[in-house]
Design a protein around this ligand. Sequence first.
Ligand code: XLS
Ligand code: NI
Ligand code: NI
Length: 438
Amino acid sequence: MSYFGNLDKVKFEGKQSTNPLAFKFYNPDQVVLGKTMREHLRFAVAYWHSFTANGTDPFGAGTAIRGWDQYSGMDLAKARVEACFELLNILDVDYFAFHDRDIAPEGSTLQETNQNLDVIVSLIKDNMKATGKKLLWNTANMFSNPRFVHGAATTSNADVFAYAAAQVKKALEHGKELGAENYVFWGGREGYETLLNTDMGLELDNLARFLHMAVDYAKEIGFDAQFLIEPKPKEPSKHQYDFDVATSLSFLQKYDLMKHFKMNVEANHATLAGHTFEHELHVARINGALGSIDANQGDYLLGWDTDEFPTDLYSTTLAMYEILQNEGGIGRGGVNFDAKVRRSSFDPIDVVYAHIAGMDSFARGLQVAAKLLEDRVLTNVIDDRYASFKSGIGADIVAGKANFHSLEAYALQNNPIVNKSGRTELIKNILNQYIINV
Ligand code: XLS
Ligand code: NI
Ligand code: NI
């Protein structure tokens, strides 16, 4: 059974190609700065958007036409696994990612739910063995079921905290079973609605307790995935505790968790927090915490997580510029398309076109970012801009040799102060030239 119309594997044809089912920029074997594109980008398909969701929005039912719609229950879950591996093969994508509840239906008890999961995990494992595809990360969905109405690790109900722990315990076991390279914690409902009924101090302490228990359990079972926090400022909670990268880092530092976690930075979450994607990647990178990315984009006219496939070359270029400067690049992480086709793109082939668009956009971003680095375009700008810290009083400041006495003495005789232009518009025009010409 084919869910995507027996398509051939999508191949690289180059930027002149008019074949909608070919890559224009993504050439998996092309070497850029010493690594192939495949190694740099480590693309992943997000199970929930491409196989579980159906185009439902708050105003209407699903629109997606999918070959697996004819099934229900465990048959549906099995059909989705088949569809997933078919798409990975068509796109020549090596990785996928899922929430526990994406892959198998909940039963009426936790035992039954876990049994359903075990069956599907073993089916996934067989498919991974047969195809060589890999799990970038898994995670636990602790936001859809009504039991999480007050949160999971930050709930006001200790029984729910225990349930969430049991759920993550199982997810860690499945991660190990499938050789997941990362494990993600996105705080779905880990936030609050109103301070009038919230003990924020207790909720944050409990979240830290929960994460420490997860670290301990992973160690106990020998699951050595990189743990990732995925910040998001709001939605579904009005205020989410992992607001942005900086907030999440200070939380990890306060609770002595820094050494166990990195960040999974999502583009649309960055913009919801009032930051650019590259800002969030940069903050993670300079703190040694850039782990992986959820590749998508928001809509500047809308205030929610629209999870569009990434096609904005400025954003993909500047994102890849950060990733290339990260030690080891994306490392064990990857470029996970946490993105969905628009509700009006309801055909199965739209899912293929969407991934091709996202992969080409990141491949192009990689090429441009590599050239910017090679030519030291922004590196030179920044070196020059901060040159005053390389010698004289600036070098003393950086070396820790200055104090308020020496600085006052310097300032009293240094008249007038001369500033240099930041040249923002000139730099942006050079960036445009690179995006167009590389
Ligand atoms: C939701 C998040 C979610 C995480 C995984 O906005 O992006 O999909 O990536 O739980
Ligand atoms: Ni995400
Ligand atoms: Ni998101």
